[in-house]
Design a protein around this ligand. Sequence first.
Ligand code: PXP
Length: 238
Amino acid sequence: MKTKLSVNLNKVALIRNGRGGNMPDLIKFAIDCESYGADGITVHPRPDQRHVRYDDLAQLKEVVKTELNIEGYPSDNFMKEVLAVKPHQCTLVPDPPGVLTSDSGWDIDGEKVLLVDIIDSLKTAGIRTSLFIDPDPRQVIAAKEVGADRIELYTGGYANNYFIDKDKAVQSHIDCSKKAEEMGIAVNAGHDLNLDNLRFYSDSLSSLSEVSIGHALICDALYFGIANVISMYKALLR
Ligand code: PXP
């Protein structure tokens, strides 16, 4: 099955929020991304609401016809919003409140009690759950144990080392995808994926359900336009 491209719209919301009005229109942008070929829309409402805000979520759910993926730390507030909106997928990340971006995955064993409980309530609401993890096969096993449907592999380290030694940079991701196949858990990936490093990543993993890409894709859209960029990224996915 072809890897899906979920477009992360946080940077679009950041531009909108910079002026306090509704330009660019986030909801229209989501609809347009889908019409240009995006297989999903990802948003990550952070506690300070500097990107996508909680009050965007219901409207996004209404218009997104592919898949809406909401990411975030499962605070009481976040969970209340997610359970009300019921996205197709919720990706849980271990971000502390003021973090600039998500730059490490869960220590699942250390957070077992919290995660089992949260995943259970998401499952009961019919929401697919993914856990953001570092590329460590032990975390894949732990993700299965706490009942996650998927893992999202943090690709920041891979991206940083891609131009130094790409085979070495991707090896732990290959190991995780093999372990995930063995355990019957699907694999997503994201962070710092771009037009340079995406093809090699996607070719290297035996199974990759979805990538979510925001920062580089929106930066590329400044040069090439969003419609072209979505096609360019999709062409790199097998
Ligand atoms: N996955 C997670 C959990 C994230 O927090 C982010 C950034 O919001 C991404 C993927 C996408 O990363 P990038 O913006 O670098 O493509």
